[in-house]
Design a protein around this ligand. Structure first.
Ligand SMILES: [Zn+2]
Length: 641
């Protein structure tokens, strides 16, 4: 490297971003030739490594030491793009946590490449955060990589089918470096999702009983193509990993930076798997996995002809065009209507409420319709001006995620159910001063008030339903019978019955006065997420992870009909105040409005980037609110009704 060449900024067409020093080292080792640095803007805080891989001139930059996540990644990409204006596309290359499943036999050291899906560009942001320096308005919407990269994926896959993989050949660039040696990584052990790390720096104390038996595999490194989930915190819980993956329709890998890049920088995300995103996570495989990812990135570049790169638009042009297209399509999507019945009211989106920093589990209107409350995984309850769509107040105090919110029918109290078995009753007359109710031994999934506001019912992960007197804040009855978590509770309009939906797949009816079990409704094929009585008390609707909504005859307590149509878990159901509509919100990122009498879909509300967890009608039915896993609340309204 005695006399390195010096090129001009405009000669560089590929941007390579990594997050960790070990990833930077692997990237630098992939260069066939390193170039002399070129002078750049004094305000640019990036340090660039310039060089050549095959025929491509490549700029490499790493996030500042100790910084992780979408914001630093976006900052690095934006500066890089400003300094090297001829960059056509980017590669985000580094390590990630794998999601092994029946479908994908992911091993440590394997590589995952983001591949677009019908619903997204290959990367899904599964939480909300400050994603780009431009603000949060595009959160959840992540661009699809440009055609040149999609073509490259196709060619790479073809090469691998033909066993012309060059990954290990490129990996051999690292062979002289002990840090990247496979021999030092230790064994590749996958533990069952339910088995947590016993403690210590490695899994020496973890039981062999917890290990998933897997057959050994011939290939050292397999490249997988699919969805990468990007979030602002480290995923280190196997149950949550699997749950989130399921919600998002199956993901292969968790990481923290891609969400910051996708909307600023047309790019492909390439992740070497260094752990299984569970509690057993350690750093032993990090360097090796950084190496396989870097070698894979080099292989991707090897299938892209430089002539094609020269012809393709610059990164900036692509982003500008994608933003233009998105603003058009988003407007259309939000207003699109399926199977519209002419004589029926239609709901249109009129506001998106930003503020929660994490998933919104629950939404509820106050009885006068003026307030909307939302409960979030960020541990807060927020109050919004429903008519104006403005933030009013944040109620803090819970130390766990808030799963459920409900106003008392007299408007005096707001209840919130949270982790740690805690319920808070917020007093409207005392500027929402809370009273804390504790009795459940596990998180409270659902809270609801009786029609006379005198009782509060709560359903918990501990499998019980409790009835509380709201005046004294004490437990009156504990209803036991479900063999799994209680996900949802609802009072009948006359207050005499309580229905509960459970993780055991059943709905139970209870006599409120007696505190006794009346009948168990079976039929759902998976856990019941939500129950709701129609305003006339004649129907009970239930929604389930089996992707259906069921109607039950509340008096006969028998099954009436199953509504199919959602392609994901149906998280929540709510009747309109006149009982004519049922709204259902789903993991398929839609809310459906069903005609209660005809039991057919009237309208599908679209435009969601994430699963929709909760839906509620305003007291006169003019408005509909929904809470979604992107941390936002959407408000819809109708001119009629
Ligand atoms: Zn362990």
């Amino acid at each position: 490297m005695a006399c390195r060449r010096r090129l001009c900024c405009k000669d560089y067409t590929v941007g390579w971003v990594c997050a960790l020093p070990v990833e930077l080292a692997a990237a630098q080792e992939m260069l066939d030739e390193q170039h002399e640095n070129v002078p750049h803007d004094v305000d640019d805080t990036n340090i660039y490594t310039l060089g050549q891989i095959g025929e491509h001139n490549v700029v490499i930059a790493c996030l500042p030491e100790g910084q992780m996540g979408a914001n630093p990644a976006a900052a690095v990409a934006l500066q890089m793009k400003a300094a090297f204006k001829s960059i056509r596309f980017g590669l985000m290359v580094g390590v990630g946590g794998g999601v092994p499943s029946e479908e994908a036999d992911i091993r440590l050291g394997d590589v995952v490449i983001s591949r677009p899906h019908i619903a997204h560009g290959g990367v899904v942001q599964y939480d909300i955060g400050k994603v780009t320096p431009r603000g949060v308005e595009q959160t959840g919407f992540l661009n699809t990589p440009p055609t040149i990269l999609l073509t490259a994926i196709a060619n790479l896959q073809a090469n691998h089918v033909r066993q012309r993989c060059r990954l290990l050949e490129y990996f051999s660039n690292l062979n002289g470096l002990p840090a990247f040696a496979r021999e030092d990584t230790g064994p590749d052990i996958l533990f069952k999702a339910g088995y947590n790390h016993a403690g210590g720096a490695d899994c020496g104390q973890c039981s062999k009983e917890g290990v998933v038996a897997r057959q050994s595999r011939r290939q050292d490194v397999v490249v997988h193509y699919g969805t990468i989930a990007s979030g602002n915190w480290v995923m280190r819980d196997a149950d949550e990993r699997d749950r989130t993956s399921m919600e998002l329709g199956g993901v292969l890998c968790f990481e923290m930076e891609a969400a910051g890049l996708m909307n600023n920088f047309p790019c492909l995300v390439i992740r070497g798997i260094c752990d299984y995103a569970d509690s057993h996570k350690n750093k032993k495989w990090q360097a090796y996995a950084a190496g396989t990812a870097a070698a894979c990135a080099k292989e991707v570049l090897s299938v892209i002809p430089t002539t094609e790169v020269a012809k393709s638009p610059t990164a900036d042009d692509i982003i500008t065009e994608q933003h233009r297209q998105y603003s058009n399509s988003a407007a259309l999507k939000a207003y699109s209507v399926d199977d519209a019945a002419e004589d029926h009211r239609q709901y249109s989106q009129f506001a998106t409420l930003n503020g929660h920093s994490h998933w919104v589990w629950s939404v509820a209107f106050s009885p006068d319709g003026k307030l909307l409350a939302s409960g979030s995984r960020d541990t807060t309850v927020r109050l919004w001006d429903a008519a104006k769509g403005l933030a009013l107040q944040t109620l803090e105090g819970h130390s766990h995620p808030v799963h459920s919110v409900a106003f008392s029918p007299d408007g005096k109290l707001l209840a919130s159910g949270s982790g740690g078995g805690t319920i808070r009753l917020w007093d409207a007359a005392a500027d929402w001063t809370p009273q804390t109710l504790r009795c459940h031994s596990d998180l409270v999934r659902s809270v609801t008030f009786s029609p006379d506001s005198k009782l509060l019912a709560s359903g918990s992960e501990d499998g019980t339903v409790r009835l509380w007197g709201t005046a004294a804040g004490s437990v009156l009855r504990t209803l036991k019978g479900h063999s799994d978590t209680v996900r949802s509770v609802a009072f009948s309009p006359d207050g005499k019955l309580l229905a509960s939906g459970s993780g055991d797949g059943t709905v139970r009816f209870w006599d409120v006065a007696e505190g006794s079990a009346l009948r168990t409704l079976e039929g759902h094929l998976d856990l019941v997420r939500s129950v709701a009585f129609s305003p006339d008390g004649k129907l009970l609707a239930s929604s389930s992870a089996d992707m259906t909504v069921r109607f039950w005859d509340a008096a006969a307590r028998s099954a009436l009909q199953t509504l199919k149509g959602h392609s994901g878990i149906v998280h929540s159901v709510a009747f309109s105040p006149d009982g004519k509509l049922l709204a259902s919100s789903s993991g398929d990122r839609t809310v459906r409005l069903w005609d209660t009498a005809a039991r057919s879909v009237l309208q599908t509300l679209k435009g969601y980037s994430h699963p929709v967890h909760s839906v509620a009608f305003s007291p006169v039915g003019r408005m509909l609110a929904s809470g979604s896993l992107n941390g936002k609340v959407k408000l819809w309204n109708t001119a009629a009704g």
